[in-house]
Design a protein around this ligand. Structure first.
Ligand SMILES: NC(=O)c1ccc[n+]([C@@H]2O[C@H](COP(=O)([O-])OP(=O)(O)OC[C@H]3O[C@@H](n4cnc5c(N)ncnc54)[C@H](O)[C@@H]3O)[C@@H](O)[C@H]2O)c1
Length: 358
């Protein structure tokens, strides 16, 4: 029998790409999204891509009534939980709203799952739970910490899930720590089109390439990296989506909880990204150096060996493919869609990393 999956936040950037691979893998998927950070045309695009009608419910995950209704109407085997707020600057500006979206909503979801006997969940975590890493590459057993309310919300989410799976019989969770998702579906039909800008680098670079922003601000030019700019582990969103299928397969087939990094295992600098995007787009991309931001680290990249061992996961696409697919999306599928006002904070305050004993 086909397993049925509830995909919260399935109209968003990573959720929409994951929807496509879940359908390709034979899952029956229902999307629940409040469209607070997604285009209303996404379900139509997903229908175009999969050739199947999209089952979608517009609702807030913290709305217990709506959740009960969707659980009662279906017979879910598992939940893949993407719905959350993700902008670090916005989390600093209004932490309460973040905790409500990212923590209260998760607890409401877990209650609904419990009530309807659904005990498998894949959770979107983030490399932000490593705070300022002490060593590279970062393995899953590295110390956990946070430097902003967003990071704290992801860490708390992980802890709730660990508590649940340890204390409640039959529960299993796949906690996936994403590094830096980038790129878009090769069709150019779906990609990163947030209504509010989360501050990710590639969409900003794309906006400069399209002449919609004057320049990219680069925070720090004197890090101990090959060109002085910060290094991050970019992972193609289609690879990331595939990781969710592998996590779900493990949960459903073996009921085995796992916490793994999803990254490529190597880093690229801000200038590497800009230069590659220039080559792909044929546009010159202006940039301006700014002082380092508090809380930023020189380099962050994953040790991907646990994901390989536990899930058989490997991120296959390289930076060139991420830039090519992003540019295709920016110049085709994204044309005419709502464009967010760029959010480029000059000051990026952050608390010192809080190391936690877990
Ligand atoms: N994109 C990244 O750089 C990144 C990195 C690490 C982790 N993550 C995590 O991955 C998940 C997905 O990220 P994304 O980049 O696809 O973000 P996104 O904003 O594009 O997608 C989130 C989706 O959830 C929906 N949503 C938000 N709050 C909701 C709520 N309360 N009820 C129902 N729907 C709601 C939004 O409308 C949107 O469609 C998030 O949990 C995020 O924290 C993202």
């Amino acid at each position: 029998m086909t397993a049925q999956i509830l995909l919260t936040g399935g109209a968003g950037f990573i959720g929409s790409h994951t929807y496509v691979v879940l359908i390709e893998a034979g899952y029956d998927v229902v999307i629940l999204d409040d469209f607070s950070n997604a285009e209303v045309c996404v379900p139509d695009r997903l229908e175009q891509l999969t050739g199947k009608p999209v089952q979608v419910m517009k609702a807030d995950v913290s709305d217990a009534k709506a959740l009960n209704a969707v659980f009662a109407a279906h017979c879910f085997d598992a939940v893949v939980h993407f719905a959350a707020r993700k902008s670090v600057p916005q989390s600093l500006a209004s932490p309460e709203a973040f905790f409500s979206s990212n923590i209260t909503a998760l607890l409401t979801l877990l209650e609904a799952m419990e009530r309807h006997h659904v005990k498998r969940i894949v959770y979107s975590s983030s490399a932000t739970v490593y705070g300022a890493p002490e060593a590279l590459p970062i393995p899953e057993h590295a110390p956990l910490s946070y430097t902003n309310p967003y990071g704290l919300s992801k860490l708390m989410g992980e802890q709730y899930l660990n508590q649940k799976t340890r204390s409640k019989r039959g529960w299993a969770a796949g906690i996936l720590r994403y590094f830096n998702p980038a790129g878009a579906h090769p069709s150019g039909l779906i990609g990163e089109a947030p209504l509010s800008n989360g501050g990710n680098l590639m969409p900003l670079v794309a906006q400069v390439a399209k002449g919609e922003l004057p320049c990219v601000h680069i925070y720090g030019r004197d890090y101990g990296t090959h060109d002085g700019t910060g290094i991050r582990d970019y992972i193609h969103v289609c690879d990331l989506a595939q990781g969710h299928v592998q996590s779900l397969n493990l949960l459903l087939q073996q009921g085995r909880s796992h916490t793994v990094n999803l990254g490529k295992g190597r880093g690229y600098s801000v200038l590497d990204v800009i230069k590659t995007y220039e080559n792909v787009s044929g546009q010159q991309i202006a940039y301006r150096f700014k002082p380092r931001r508090a809380g930023d680290v020189a380099a962050s990249f994953s040790d991907p060996s646990m994901a390989a061992a536990v899930l058989g996961f490997e991120a296959r696409h390289n930076l060139l493919e991420m830039c090519q697919s992003s540019w295709r999306w920016e110049t085709t599928g994204r044309m005419g869609l709502h464009r967010p006002a760029a959010f480029i904070p000059d000051h990026f305050p952050a608390a010192p990393a809080q190391h936690l004993q877990l």
